[in-house]
Write a protein of this length. Sequence first.
Length: 226
Amino acid sequence: MNATYIALISISAALGALSSVVAFRLISSNPKPPRSRRVFRLHEKRSLNAHPCQNPFDPSKREGYLSWDDYFMAIAFLSAKRSKDPNRQVGACLVSQNGIILGIGYNGFPRGCSDDKLPWAKKSISGDPLETKYPYVVHAEVNAILNTNHASAAGQRLYVTMFPCNECAKIIIQSGVSEVIYFVEKMLNNPDTAYTASHKLLSMAGVKVRKHQPHMTEISLKFEDS
């Protein structure tokens, strides 16, 4: 083994030792925070995000809360999430004049009729209407009115995610609902006979109809511990 090779080995060993010393000093000068402190910081950050509270001594009310219209329409949209219909989910919320929810509903089959044994198709390959959902489904508006536990729908408001068809309009009128608030109108640019008739019937019966104008573009819900 010649002198040059021995010198290179010595230099490499010295550099390795120096690197270890430098790394040890860097670690020693930046110790990790105690475990409890890290947990507290994470908890604190989550709390601030979940509860953007104002000064506890500030007597003013919270800003950004839901308007009544957005609140009831949001319940109609939430009810629509229960629908098994793969093509269109509709929800409805029946509300009294003093803001009490009387009934909610969504489009689905009647009670006791299995939604696994009846068809959900919009069209039939053979052309048989009994192979589609239409002869069997109960609309959201009807379910909301029927789910009131025998409370009268007369004079009440009905929030619905979609403008009611003519069959639903007849039931709305007959039940005494005084106002319909809808979010979207089906076939808006090319209305069919059913929805044209619905407008006519509701207007003739003196039922107020208005399109919902949301104050918020979306409402986010999270299932988490408060």
